[in-house]
Design a protein around this ligand. Structure first.
Ligand code: ZN
Ligand code: ZN
Ligand code: ZN
Ligand code: ZN
Length: 377
């Protein structure tokens, strides 16, 4: 508890308020005076009016006990708010106020009263109870605050991590798609460019030959239209019989077609290619059970807390019951099981090495299962 300002001031002054010489050691609650050892025992206690006064040692100031003593003295000396020269005497229950003897005979006649110190004690204990409730409530809020802060930081961390993963996946996917597209473009070019060059070469030969032939034809036309027979002789004697060589072989080209992947048309397929967001389930361990099987490879839940478990490695098939933290083996068959499933009549169908399918009844019997029975169920 904090030391009251008056005590602090007195301790700073540190001189007895009687003799004004010696160091203070005591406080009289009733007089409100700070006293030295000598004045307290030799003077203050000898004064008749002071004999009932309450004295506390300054080193006890601020303790719970000292506070209770001070409050008790203060309560005994509490002045009436109306008759300031009078001390409060009782507590008026009707008006909920401490009152003096004058009040009693004036405005509070026929009212219900209570003992002042009893009401005070009740109020003190009510305040303590309320303080405890507040403390409990504060602890709950503190815990809830911590939980929320943890939730916030975990959630934020998860958000940032997942965000980075999506961005990384996007980059990676872009890289892969870009490389794949470059590859396709390169293949397309490898297919087309040699053919294109061959066609261009052939085309230029064809154009060159055609022009040459047309020019020769134009000369012959001109000669034929001539009225000079000497022209006919001149051309006829030098008539070139050879024709330009035609380019050999026809060029074959199979067209290429690009079929756009369907991955971009369906969202579900993009998610398969790109990845998807999942809500992580929160799992909590409720109980654990110990079994003599080293690795349980198959589990089948049965009715009535019964479980069928099997191990491919241990070559065991067991019907077990839960008993507190243990498993009680009801039935055990030595067999290697690959898979199992329940059929309608509580029996289990097993897939094992030696028989394709077997029927295992709850009483531990097993029969090879014929194909017709499997189809029937
Ligand atoms: Zn003194
Ligand atoms: Zn005194
Ligand atoms: Zn009064
Ligand atoms: Zn009253």
């Amino acid at each position: 508890m904090a030391v009251s300002p008056s005590i602090e001031k007195a301790q700073n002054m540190a001189l007895c308020q009687f003799c004004e010489e010696s160091t203070i050691k005591w406080k009289c609650i009733n007089c409100g005076l700070f006293l030295c050892q000598f004045c307290c025992s030799k003077i203050h206690s000898k004064i008749k009016a002071s004999q009932e006064h309450t004295i506390i040692n300054l080193k006890d100031c601020g303790t719970k006990e000292a506070t209770a003593i001070i409050q008790k003295v203060d309560l005994e000396n509490m002045s009436c708010t109306i008759h300031t020269e009078r001390k409060c005497w009782v507590y008026c229950d009707d008006c909920s106020n401490p009152i003096c003897s004058d009040c009693l005979t004036e405005s509070h006649k026929k009212h219900e009263y209570k003992k002042l110190h009893e009401v005070f004690d009740t109020m003190i204990s009510n305040i303590h109870a309320m303080k405890d409730r507040l403390e409990t409530e504060i602890q709950l809020y503190k815990k809830e605050k911590e939980n929320l802060e943890q939730l916030l930081s975990d959630g934020d961390e998860n958000f940032e991590e997942t965000k980075i993963q999506i961005i990384e996946a996007k980059k990676e996917m872009k890289k892969i798609i870009s490389a794949y597209a470059s590859d396709l473009l390169e293949k397309l070019e490898v297919e087309w460019k040699p053919v294109e060059n061959k066609i261009k070469r052939q085309l230029s030969t064809i154009i060159k030959n055609k022009n040459e032939l047309e020019s020769r034809k134009r000369l012959l036309d001109k000669t034929l239209r001539s009225h000079q027979t000497s022209d006919i002789f001149c051309v006829g004697q030098t008539l070139e019989n050879t024709l330009p060589t035609k380019p050999l072989g026809s060029i074959q080209h199979k067209k290429t077609k690009f079929i756009c992947g369907k991955v971009w048309e369906f969202e579900s397929e993009i998610s398969t290619t790109f990845g998807e967001l999942y809500t992580v389930p929160s799992l909590e361990l409720i109980d654990s059970y110990e079994t003599d099987i080293s690795i349980v490879t198959k589990i089948h839940c049965d009715y009535n807390n019964e479980l069928v478990i099997a191990s491919w490695f241990d070559e065991k098939l067991q019907t077990v019951m839960f008993d507190h933290n243990n498993i009680c083996v009801e039935n055990e068959v030595k067999t290697r099981i690959y898979d199992m499933a329940r059929i309608q009549n509580e029996d289990i169908i097993l897939s094992s090495r030696n028989h394709n399918l077997r029927q295992y009844t709850t009483n531990g019997q097993e029969n090879p299962l014929c194909r017709s029975l499997l189809l029937k169920h």
